[in-house]
Design a protein around this ligand. Structure first.
Ligand code: GLU
Ligand code: ZN
Length: 302
């Protein structure tokens, strides 16, 4: 493990909607693992994609976290305030020839099998109408997950030169997430299995960005990752507000909190449901065992 660095965890929702049962599971797991390890737990709002944003969602997400007793330790980081930092990183990547402009369209890539094959890497294209891709040198294809054990990722996906700045000028998730995990000195990322595969790219990207962030002169290590199972419907669909997800009600958090602990394999005693939120959370911190989280990528809600 990493005894020399303090535990710093985070929950990083995108404000594209309100929290649902699936996101509560992730928030709760990352919170409990941080608290159990006497760590710091941060909340970061990943608001880099305005067209997909739902108005009022950030506020609503924060209110839900508070209602569920998930109190964060430092001020909230909004990725929309990080543009200068991201641009600075991209500029440095350019200076060191770690990225390039690409004009391939989605249709062109699809026609080649869906994986980008490095078409524009040596074309020296200009900025106009281009995305920026990073040269993916490290190409990590497997890693040790704190929950799932050894994770083997899709080779071609893990090795793809991925986009860090979109054609429309918006920052890509892969850039912002790694940049800010470095910026916030995150040591542990506990999140949902939907991000199992992108983790390989993030691990490859981490060393490249870490030495460009002026935050510290120390060697920065990539965080450890743990992915909790995804809650899916009986038909195997990801949860959404319309289907089976137990309602997330800010004024009645106990049932969802209890169900989330059950989902995470923590075996809460039935009487816990009738306690108040802070008591439930206290119980959950004391009894939290990451080892008890099911080693599955998906669990159906029945
Ligand atoms: N913002 C991402 C999402 O809501 C999660 C990012 C992460 O946890 O790394 O899916
Ligand atoms: Zn291209």
């Amino acid at each position: 493990m990493r005894p020399q660095t303090p535990y710093r965890g985070r929950f990083a929702p995108s404000p594209s909607g309100y929290l649902h049962f699936g996101s509560l599971i992730t928030a709760l797991a990352s919170f409990l693992d941080a608290k159990k390890n006497n760590g710091t737990w941060l909340v970061r709002i990943e608001d880099i994609d305005p067209p997909r944003e739902k108005k009022g969602a950030s506020d609503h997400i924060l209110k839900t976290l508070e209602a569920f007793g998930l109190h964060w330790d430092e001020s909230i980081l909004f990725q929309s305030n990080q543009s200068d930092y991201y641009h600075h990183l991209i500029e440095q990547l350019f200076n060191e020839h770690h990225c390039y402009y690409c004009r391939c369209t989605r249709a062109q890539i699809k026609a080649l099998g869906g994986i980008y094959q490095g078409h524009c890497r040596d074309l020296k294209l200009e900025k106009e109408n281009s995305a920026i891709r990073v040269i993916n040198q490290q190409s990590i294809v497997q890693y040790q997950d704190l929950i799932q054990g050894k994770v083997q990722c899709d080779q071609s996906l893990a090795k793809e030169d991925f986009i860090i700045l979109r054609k429309d000028g918006l920052f890509a998730y892969q850039l912002a997430v790694v940049a800010d995990d470095i910026y916030q000195e995150i040591s542990h990322v506990i999140r949902g299995c939907d991000l199992l595969e992108p983790t390989a790219r993030q691990l490859s990207f981490y060393p490249l960005l870490a030495n460009k962030s002026s935050k510290t002169t120390q060697q920065i290590q990539a965080p450890l990752f743990g992915h909790v199972p995804l809650a899916v419907t009986e038909q195997g669909y990801k949860l959404s507000k319309q289907n089976k997800a137990p309602a997330i009600e800010n004024n009645n958090p106990q049932p969802a909190l209890y169900a989330a602990l059950q989902f995470l394999g923590q075996q809460p005693p039935p009487e816990l449901q009738y306690l108040n939120v802070d008591e439930i959370i206290q119980w959950a911190i004391i009894h939290w065992q990451l080892e008890s989280v099911p080693k599955k990528r998906e669990i159906q809600l029945t």
